[in-house]
Design a protein around this ligand. Structure first.
Ligand code: RIB
Ligand code: CA
Length: 310
Protein backbone atom coordinates (compact mmCIF):
# COMPACT_ATOMS: atom_id res chain seq x y z
CA UNK A 1 0.00 0.00 0.00
CA UNK A 2 1.39 3.44 -0.91
CA UNK A 3 2.10 5.75 2.07
CA UNK A 4 -0.40 8.34 0.79
CA UNK A 5 -3.88 6.92 0.07
CA UNK A 6 -4.47 6.96 -3.68
CA UNK A 7 -7.37 9.08 -4.95
CA UNK A 8 -10.12 6.73 -6.09
CA UNK A 9 -13.53 7.12 -7.75
CA UNK A 10 -15.68 3.98 -7.51
CA UNK A 11 -18.38 3.36 -10.15
CA UNK A 12 -20.69 0.70 -8.77
CA UNK A 13 -24.04 -1.12 -8.72
CA UNK A 14 -24.53 -1.91 -5.00
CA UNK A 15 -24.88 -4.88 -4.62
CA UNK A 16 -23.66 -6.85 -1.65
CA UNK A 17 -19.99 -6.90 -2.65
CA UNK A 18 -20.07 -3.34 -4.01
CA UNK A 19 -21.10 -2.16 -0.54
CA UNK A 20 -18.13 -3.94 1.05
CA UNK A 21 -15.89 -2.56 -1.72
CA UNK A 22 -16.98 1.00 -0.84
CA UNK A 23 -16.01 0.42 2.80
CA UNK A 24 -12.69 -1.05 1.66
CA UNK A 25 -12.03 1.97 -0.58
CA UNK A 26 -13.00 4.39 2.18
CA UNK A 27 -10.40 2.82 4.49
CA UNK A 28 -7.47 2.17 2.16
CA UNK A 29 -7.88 4.87 -0.50
CA UNK A 30 -8.81 8.53 -0.70
CA UNK A 31 -12.37 7.90 -1.88
CA UNK A 32 -13.13 11.09 -3.84
CA UNK A 33 -16.50 10.05 -5.25
CA UNK A 34 -19.06 7.34 -5.90
CA UNK A 35 -21.04 6.97 -9.11
CA UNK A 36 -23.90 4.53 -9.55
CA UNK A 37 -25.09 2.47 -12.48
CA UNK A 38 -27.90 0.05 -13.29
CA UNK A 39 -26.68 -3.48 -12.72
CA UNK A 40 -27.40 -5.90 -9.89
CA UNK A 41 -30.66 -4.02 -9.35
CA UNK A 42 -32.19 -0.92 -10.95
CA UNK A 43 -30.60 2.52 -10.71
CA UNK A 44 -33.02 3.70 -8.01
CA UNK A 45 -31.87 0.89 -5.73
CA UNK A 46 -28.16 0.98 -6.62
CA UNK A 47 -28.17 4.72 -5.92
CA UNK A 48 -30.16 4.38 -2.68
CA UNK A 49 -27.78 1.62 -1.59
CA UNK A 50 -24.68 3.70 -2.29
CA UNK A 51 -26.19 6.57 -0.26
CA UNK A 52 -27.05 4.12 2.53
CA UNK A 53 -23.47 2.82 2.76
CA UNK A 54 -22.08 6.38 2.80
CA UNK A 55 -24.57 7.42 5.48
CA UNK A 56 -24.16 4.37 7.73
CA UNK A 57 -20.37 4.50 7.49
CA UNK A 58 -20.30 8.28 7.91
CA UNK A 59 -18.42 8.78 4.64
CA UNK A 60 -17.96 12.38 3.53
CA UNK A 61 -18.16 11.52 -0.17
CA UNK A 62 -20.41 12.63 -3.01
CA UNK A 63 -22.72 10.16 -4.75
CA UNK A 64 -23.70 10.86 -8.36
CA UNK A 65 -26.45 8.89 -10.09
CA UNK A 66 -25.68 7.32 -13.47
CA UNK A 67 -27.07 5.22 -16.26
CA UNK A 68 -30.51 3.65 -15.80
CA UNK A 69 -30.00 1.03 -18.52
CA UNK A 70 -27.29 -0.57 -20.66
CA UNK A 71 -26.25 0.96 -24.01
CA UNK A 72 -28.06 -1.57 -26.15
CA UNK A 73 -29.94 -4.11 -24.03
CA UNK A 74 -32.65 -3.91 -21.43
CA UNK A 75 -31.71 -3.79 -17.74
CA UNK A 76 -31.03 -7.34 -16.55
CA UNK A 77 -30.36 -7.49 -12.81
CA UNK A 78 -28.95 -10.15 -10.52
CA UNK A 79 -31.65 -10.16 -7.87
CA UNK A 80 -31.26 -13.90 -7.38
CA UNK A 81 -27.81 -13.12 -5.94
CA UNK A 82 -28.24 -9.72 -4.27
CA UNK A 83 -31.93 -9.75 -3.34
CA UNK A 84 -34.78 -7.57 -4.56
CA UNK A 85 -33.28 -4.37 -3.11
CA UNK A 86 -29.65 -5.21 -3.89
CA UNK A 87 -28.65 -5.37 -0.23
CA UNK A 88 -30.03 -8.77 0.71
CA UNK A 89 -32.67 -8.51 3.41
CA UNK A 90 -31.02 -5.69 5.37
CA UNK A 91 -33.43 -3.28 7.08
CA UNK A 92 -31.98 0.15 6.24
CA UNK A 93 -32.52 3.28 8.32
CA UNK A 94 -34.21 6.28 6.72
CA UNK A 95 -31.78 7.53 4.07
CA UNK A 96 -31.21 11.22 4.69
CA UNK A 97 -28.36 11.56 2.17
CA UNK A 98 -29.13 12.56 -1.42
CA UNK A 99 -27.20 12.52 -4.68
CA UNK A 100 -25.06 15.51 -5.66
CA UNK A 101 -26.18 15.12 -9.28
CA UNK A 102 -27.76 12.74 -11.77
CA UNK A 103 -24.80 13.15 -14.12
CA UNK A 104 -22.35 10.46 -13.05
CA UNK A 105 -20.61 10.70 -16.43
CA UNK A 106 -20.04 14.44 -16.05
CA UNK A 107 -18.71 13.87 -12.53
CA UNK A 108 -16.26 11.20 -13.73
CA UNK A 109 -14.92 13.55 -16.41
CA UNK A 110 -14.81 16.60 -14.11
CA UNK A 111 -13.04 14.63 -11.38
CA UNK A 112 -10.41 13.41 -13.87
CA UNK A 113 -9.56 17.06 -14.57
CA UNK A 114 -9.58 18.10 -10.91
CA UNK A 115 -7.86 15.18 -9.15
CA UNK A 116 -4.23 14.34 -9.98
CA UNK A 117 -3.37 10.63 -10.04
CA UNK A 118 -7.00 9.48 -10.04
CA UNK A 119 -7.79 5.76 -10.09
CA UNK A 120 -11.19 4.96 -11.62
CA UNK A 121 -12.41 1.62 -10.25
CA UNK A 122 -15.46 0.22 -12.03
CA UNK A 123 -17.22 -2.63 -10.24
CA UNK A 124 -20.52 -2.75 -12.10
CA UNK A 125 -21.57 -2.78 -15.75
CA UNK A 126 -19.40 -0.32 -17.71
CA UNK A 127 -22.20 1.88 -19.03
CA UNK A 128 -21.07 5.08 -17.26
CA UNK A 129 -17.42 4.55 -18.18
CA UNK A 130 -18.28 3.95 -21.84
CA UNK A 131 -20.47 7.05 -21.91
CA UNK A 132 -17.61 9.04 -20.36
CA UNK A 133 -15.25 7.81 -23.10
CA UNK A 134 -17.79 8.70 -25.78
CA UNK A 135 -18.13 12.18 -24.26
CA UNK A 136 -14.37 12.69 -23.72
CA UNK A 137 -11.97 10.30 -25.49
CA UNK A 138 -9.02 11.92 -23.66
CA UNK A 139 -10.24 10.65 -20.26
CA UNK A 140 -7.66 7.80 -20.05
CA UNK A 141 -4.80 10.30 -20.43
CA UNK A 142 -5.79 11.88 -17.09
CA UNK A 143 -6.29 8.63 -15.16
CA UNK A 144 -3.53 6.97 -13.15
CA UNK A 145 -5.37 3.71 -13.87
CA UNK A 146 -8.66 2.14 -14.84
CA UNK A 147 -9.35 -1.01 -12.84
CA UNK A 148 -12.36 -3.13 -13.67
CA UNK A 149 -14.01 -5.90 -11.72
CA UNK A 150 -15.28 -7.95 -14.62
CA UNK A 151 -14.74 -10.73 -17.07
CA UNK A 152 -12.73 -13.91 -16.74
CA UNK A 153 -9.92 -15.58 -18.65
CA UNK A 154 -11.78 -18.85 -18.13
CA UNK A 155 -15.51 -19.37 -17.60
CA UNK A 156 -18.28 -17.18 -16.33
CA UNK A 157 -20.88 -16.81 -13.61
CA UNK A 158 -24.03 -15.41 -15.18
CA UNK A 159 -23.52 -17.79 -18.14
CA UNK A 160 -20.97 -20.51 -18.80
CA UNK A 161 -18.95 -17.99 -20.80
CA UNK A 162 -19.63 -14.55 -19.34
CA UNK A 163 -19.21 -12.65 -16.08
CA UNK A 164 -22.14 -10.47 -14.99
CA UNK A 165 -20.63 -6.95 -15.30
CA UNK A 166 -19.52 -7.54 -18.87
CA UNK A 167 -22.62 -9.56 -19.83
CA UNK A 168 -24.98 -6.88 -18.50
CA UNK A 169 -23.64 -4.30 -20.99
CA UNK A 170 -21.29 -5.89 -23.56
CA UNK A 171 -21.39 -2.87 -25.89
CA UNK A 172 -20.15 -0.66 -23.06
CA UNK A 173 -17.44 -3.16 -22.18
CA UNK A 174 -16.35 -3.31 -25.84
CA UNK A 175 -15.97 0.48 -25.92
CA UNK A 176 -14.03 0.53 -22.64
CA UNK A 177 -11.69 -2.33 -23.54
CA UNK A 178 -10.91 -0.68 -26.91
CA UNK A 179 -10.63 2.95 -25.78
CA UNK A 180 -9.99 2.80 -22.05
CA UNK A 181 -6.21 3.05 -22.04
CA UNK A 182 -4.23 1.28 -19.28
CA UNK A 183 -6.81 -1.24 -17.99
CA UNK A 184 -6.42 -3.79 -15.21
CA UNK A 185 -9.01 -6.57 -15.33
CA UNK A 186 -9.85 -8.18 -11.99
CA UNK A 187 -11.89 -11.10 -13.21
CA UNK A 188 -13.44 -14.23 -11.76
CA UNK A 189 -10.09 -16.03 -12.07
CA UNK A 190 -8.99 -13.90 -9.12
CA UNK A 191 -12.18 -13.03 -7.28
CA UNK A 192 -13.43 -16.60 -7.00
CA UNK A 193 -10.21 -17.45 -5.14
CA UNK A 194 -11.19 -14.96 -2.41
CA UNK A 195 -14.10 -16.51 -0.53
CA UNK A 196 -15.18 -14.95 2.76
CA UNK A 197 -16.72 -17.36 5.24
CA UNK A 198 -18.81 -17.34 8.43
CA UNK A 199 -15.63 -16.70 10.43
CA UNK A 200 -15.36 -13.33 8.71
CA UNK A 201 -19.00 -12.59 9.51
CA UNK A 202 -18.16 -13.16 13.17
CA UNK A 203 -15.08 -10.92 12.99
CA UNK A 204 -17.15 -8.13 11.44
CA UNK A 205 -19.99 -8.52 13.95
CA UNK A 206 -17.53 -8.37 16.84
CA UNK A 207 -16.51 -4.84 15.81
CA UNK A 208 -19.92 -3.51 16.91
CA UNK A 209 -19.87 -0.50 14.58
CA UNK A 210 -22.69 0.47 12.20
CA UNK A 211 -20.56 -0.17 9.10
CA UNK A 212 -19.25 -3.52 10.35
CA UNK A 213 -22.74 -4.64 11.38
CA UNK A 214 -24.01 -3.79 7.89
CA UNK A 215 -21.13 -5.63 6.23
CA UNK A 216 -21.66 -8.67 8.45
CA UNK A 217 -25.34 -8.84 7.46
CA UNK A 218 -24.50 -8.43 3.76
CA UNK A 219 -21.78 -11.07 3.91
CA UNK A 220 -24.03 -13.50 5.79
CA UNK A 221 -26.65 -13.14 3.06
CA UNK A 222 -24.01 -13.50 0.33
CA UNK A 223 -22.70 -16.72 1.90
CA UNK A 224 -26.21 -18.19 2.01
CA UNK A 225 -26.77 -17.35 -1.68
CA UNK A 226 -23.33 -18.65 -2.63
CA UNK A 227 -24.04 -21.99 -0.92
CA UNK A 228 -27.47 -22.19 -2.53
CA UNK A 229 -26.39 -21.23 -6.04
CA UNK A 230 -22.85 -22.63 -6.30
CA UNK A 231 -22.49 -25.04 -3.37
CA UNK A 232 -19.60 -22.94 -1.99
CA UNK A 233 -18.91 -22.59 1.75
CA UNK A 234 -17.95 -18.94 1.27
CA UNK A 235 -18.88 -15.89 -0.81
CA UNK A 236 -16.63 -14.16 -3.36
CA UNK A 237 -16.50 -10.44 -2.52
CA UNK A 238 -15.56 -9.64 -6.11
CA UNK A 239 -15.60 -5.85 -5.99
CA UNK A 240 -13.39 -5.39 -2.94
CA UNK A 241 -10.69 -7.33 -4.83
CA UNK A 242 -10.68 -4.63 -7.51
CA UNK A 243 -10.19 -1.92 -4.90
CA UNK A 244 -7.35 -3.83 -3.23
CA UNK A 245 -5.72 -4.52 -6.62
CA UNK A 246 -5.15 -0.74 -6.68
CA UNK A 247 -4.20 -0.14 -3.04
CA UNK A 248 -2.24 -3.39 -2.53
CA UNK A 249 -1.02 -4.42 -6.02
CA UNK A 250 1.70 -6.61 -4.53
CA UNK A 251 -0.98 -9.11 -3.50
CA UNK A 252 -2.02 -9.77 -7.09
CA UNK A 253 -0.33 -11.24 -10.14
CA UNK A 254 -1.14 -11.00 -13.83
CA UNK A 255 0.17 -10.06 -17.24
CA UNK A 256 -0.80 -7.89 -20.21
CA UNK A 257 -2.80 -9.79 -22.84
CA UNK A 258 -5.16 -8.97 -25.69
CA UNK A 259 -8.78 -9.04 -24.53
CA UNK A 260 -11.79 -8.68 -26.82
CA UNK A 261 -15.47 -8.62 -25.92
CA UNK A 262 -17.80 -11.06 -27.65
CA UNK A 263 -20.92 -9.21 -28.82
CA UNK A 264 -22.77 -11.66 -31.06
CA UNK A 265 -22.27 -15.26 -29.87
CA UNK A 266 -25.51 -17.10 -29.15
CA UNK A 267 -23.86 -18.74 -26.13
CA UNK A 268 -20.93 -16.39 -25.58
CA UNK A 269 -22.27 -12.82 -25.70
CA UNK A 270 -20.49 -10.84 -22.97
CA UNK A 271 -17.46 -13.15 -22.88
CA UNK A 272 -14.03 -11.61 -22.35
CA UNK A 273 -11.94 -13.38 -25.00
CA UNK A 274 -8.44 -13.46 -23.50
CA UNK A 275 -5.68 -14.36 -25.95
CA UNK A 276 -3.37 -16.83 -24.21
CA UNK A 277 -1.38 -17.78 -27.29
CA UNK A 278 1.57 -15.48 -26.57
CA UNK A 279 2.17 -14.86 -30.28
CA UNK A 280 0.55 -11.41 -30.21
CA UNK A 281 2.35 -8.07 -30.54
CA UNK A 282 2.89 -6.21 -27.25
CA UNK A 283 0.86 -3.33 -28.70
CA UNK A 284 -2.15 -5.67 -28.93
CA UNK A 285 -1.88 -6.63 -25.25
CA UNK A 286 -4.41 -4.00 -24.17
CA UNK A 287 -5.31 -5.31 -20.71
CA UNK A 288 -3.40 -6.42 -17.60
CA UNK A 289 -5.32 -9.58 -16.75
CA UNK A 290 -4.95 -10.55 -13.10
CA UNK A 291 -4.75 -14.29 -12.54
CA UNK A 292 -4.00 -14.86 -8.87
CA UNK A 293 -4.09 -13.23 -5.47
CA UNK A 294 -2.83 -13.84 -1.96
CA UNK A 295 -6.36 -14.72 -0.87
CA UNK A 296 -5.66 -14.89 2.87
CA UNK A 297 -4.06 -11.43 2.85
CA UNK A 298 -6.90 -9.99 0.75
CA UNK A 299 -9.50 -11.41 3.13
CA UNK A 300 -7.67 -9.99 6.12
CA UNK A 301 -7.57 -6.53 4.53
CA UNK A 302 -11.30 -6.58 3.74
CA UNK A 303 -12.06 -7.42 7.38
CA UNK A 304 -9.59 -4.76 8.57
CA UNK A 305 -11.27 -2.12 6.39
CA UNK A 306 -14.82 -3.02 7.33
CA UNK A 307 -14.08 -3.08 11.06
CA UNK A 308 -12.05 0.14 10.97
CA UNK A 309 -14.62 2.35 9.26
CA UNK A 310 -17.06 4.00 11.73
O1 RIB B 1 -19.77 -10.97 -11.40
C1 RIB B 1 -19.60 -10.25 -10.21
C2 RIB B 1 -19.95 -8.82 -10.40
O2 RIB B 1 -21.32 -8.70 -10.78
C3 RIB B 1 -19.82 -7.99 -9.10
O3 RIB B 1 -19.49 -6.67 -9.43
C4 RIB B 1 -21.19 -8.05 -8.53
O4 RIB B 1 -21.48 -6.91 -7.72
C5 RIB B 1 -22.04 -8.02 -9.77
O5 RIB B 1 -22.19 -6.66 -10.14
CA1 CA C 1 -20.83 -4.84 -8.60
Amino acid sequence: MSLTPVPMLVDCDPGLDDAIALLTAAHFADLVGITTVDGNVGIDYTTRNALAVAQIAGLDVEVHRGAARPLADQSRGARHVHGATGLGNVELPEITRSVESEDAVGFIIETSHRVEGLHLVAVGPLTNVAEALHRDASLPERLEGLTIMGGAAVGGNVTAAAEFNIWADPEAADTVFRLGGDITMVGLDVTQQVLLRPAQVDQMSAARTPAAALAAELLDYAIDRSLELRGWAGAPIHDACAVLAVTHPQLFDGRRQPVDIELTGAHTRGMTVVDDRGSYADSDANVRVLRSADADAVIELIVEAVTAVR
